[in-house]
Design a protein around this ligand. Structure first.
Ligand code: ZN
Length: 170
């Protein structure tokens, strides 16, 4: 990883150059002055997605929809994870209903689906965050490989498992 890091702003997607040692200092965006690395998940859409894929921090994407109960049940867990992983992994949310074309390109077959990108490339995916924990499965094995970045925080879903539903086909 290079230092300083290039990191897109969660708000405007503009690239910011941030020294690794300053990642925990709530850096502000040089373009729009918003928090580059907020403690909460930020919204992704078709316009911003390619820009948000850039940069030196991994990007975790929660693909969800408003009609999906398990997605809603998972939201507080994901919110908490954003705080735990702040400065190490960027957490975004993609509304699959509002961004159907992109959801199709990402080959989303059920929701919620979590996808981990690094260097703009998908490195892990898990459908059904409604299971007890998404540390089980591919995310865990990939997460371990990020230990050098301190990304060893596990995120578990305390509530009972829900059922995933397939996105509706119109
Ligand atoms: Zn900005």
């Amino acid at each position: 990883m290079t230092d300083p890091l290039m990191i897109p702003c969660a708000q405007c997607a503009g690239l910011n150059r941030i020294p690794a040692a300053r990642l925990g200092d709530a850096p502000r965006c040089g373009h729009c002055k918003a928090a580059v690395l907020p403690a909460a998940p930020f919204d992704l859409n078709e316009a911003s997605f390619a820009k948000q894929l850039r940069g030196d921090l991994p990007l975790l994407v929660d693909v969800w929809a408003d009609w999906c109960g398990p997605c809603k049940a998972f939201a507080p867990t994901y919110q908490q994870a954003a705080g735990q992983l702040q400065g190490r992994c960027r957490l975004g949310k993609l509304d699959s209903e509002a961004n159907r074309q992109l959801a199709g390109q990402l080959n989303i077959r059920s929701i919620p689906t979590l996808i981990l990108f690094k260097g703009g490339v998908e490195v892990a995916r898990q459908s059904g965050a409604c299971s007890r924990s998404f540390t089980a499965g591919p995310f865990a094995s990939r997460a371990r490989s990020y230990k050098s970045q301190g990304m060893s925080v596990s995120v578990s879903h305390a509530d009972r498992p829900g059922h995933c539903r397939r996105p509706r086909d119109d």
